[in-house]
Design a protein around this ligand. Sequence first.
Ligand code: XLS
Ligand code: CA
Ligand code: CA
Length: 436
Amino acid sequence: MFFSDIPKIRYEGPNSKNPLAFKFYNPERIIAGKPMKEHLPFAMAWWHNLCASGADMFGRDTANKAFGAEKGTMEHAKAKVDAGFEFMQKLGIEYFCFHDVDIVPEADDIKETNLRLDIISDYILAKMRETDIKCLWGTANMFSNPRYMNGAASSNSANVFCFAAAQVKKALDITVKLNGKGYLFWGGREGYETLLNTDIKFEQENIAHLMQMTVRYGRSIGFKGDFYIEPKPKEPMTHQYDFDAATAIGFLRQYGLDKDFKLNIEANHATLAGHTFQHDLRISAINSMLGSIDANQGNLLLGWDTDEFPFNVYETTMCMYEVLKAGGLSGGFNFDAKSRRPSYTHEDMFHSYILSMDAFALGLINAAAIIEDGRIDSFIAERYDSYNHGIGARIRSGEATLEELASYAENMGTPPLPDSGRQEYLESIINNILFS
Ligand code: XLS
Ligand code: CA
Ligand code: CA
């Protein structure tokens, strides 16, 4: 036991003052026809929760994530599994996500790294069988090691491409062994610093080659889940190819990958792209590609990815509104978030998850209430009413011609003016629903 001073975290309701209890996340409470925990398949991100220790560009670790073992050893890798499963069980989290190098220390020789991955995945599998904890998705870290400085599949070096392929193959093997629901590509280094040394078309074709090979291999070993792309516009590279949801969808369609891939949308990446979180969720959903979510929030005062634990209930509300409208996620809500550097104790790890599981529970409750209330949805429906009949219906059916519309406009008499957008009225409805 690594967290012996932390009890099992239970729902105590909004009046509880117990810092180690949920105030809003009540897993069994029925919302919109099913229990909260089914709407909210939460996942623990192995890297932030069990590995990241608070180091930043200017300072060393503040948190102790040794879990009683020497870092960089297989004993430490196992201790992280033990700590992670204890952590998830105490919070009632049913899924985890991992990179290959989160779960074992990478060796100089890839064959040795792969042996370590075999050992640790056996160990994880045994823990999964003792509990009801499952794997949401796995991925290969193709951005930390210096060999990936120019990208992985987009690298100028064919040998680096092969190394990336080897890592993807093994990470996918392990994901399949752990019965993961998805396999993720986040192209952190798949981008460029300057066009003076870059052939974008060549690089994008190579990224597609790796993904196509991965789909073929994955299906050949029986992987039935979704592949995911996680868009991010920049950081670490100046420009990343999977800029946002719309860009990633265009890429997937161009290379025939859209049937096998969905998107994993991260809140902080959407805001870095100059969008709201809700925007990228909506773009994914209307293209039937909303797969999974990396649940966090950014700091809009900063220009980089801060991976904060979500706290902003307006954001979680609009996120859950999109998720409910999309009929739920085939993936889950992975807390790709880290406690702030000065929040360095083990207790802070629990406070962070309690904060955000409650924030998403509130988001779910609010979103269901917005839909139930109906004023927003009926406003939107009425806003487009001019397309339900007459000339509007002809435009929608695709029957209208440009000449017909031009002559219609010429004979209109009074020049047209659309109805008010009523944004402030609609925002007041949201507050009315949230705070009554
Ligand atoms: C980094 C990304 C990364 C992916 C997984 O910004 O969020 O953590 O989710 O590689
Ligand atoms: Ca992420
Ligand atoms: Ca991130």
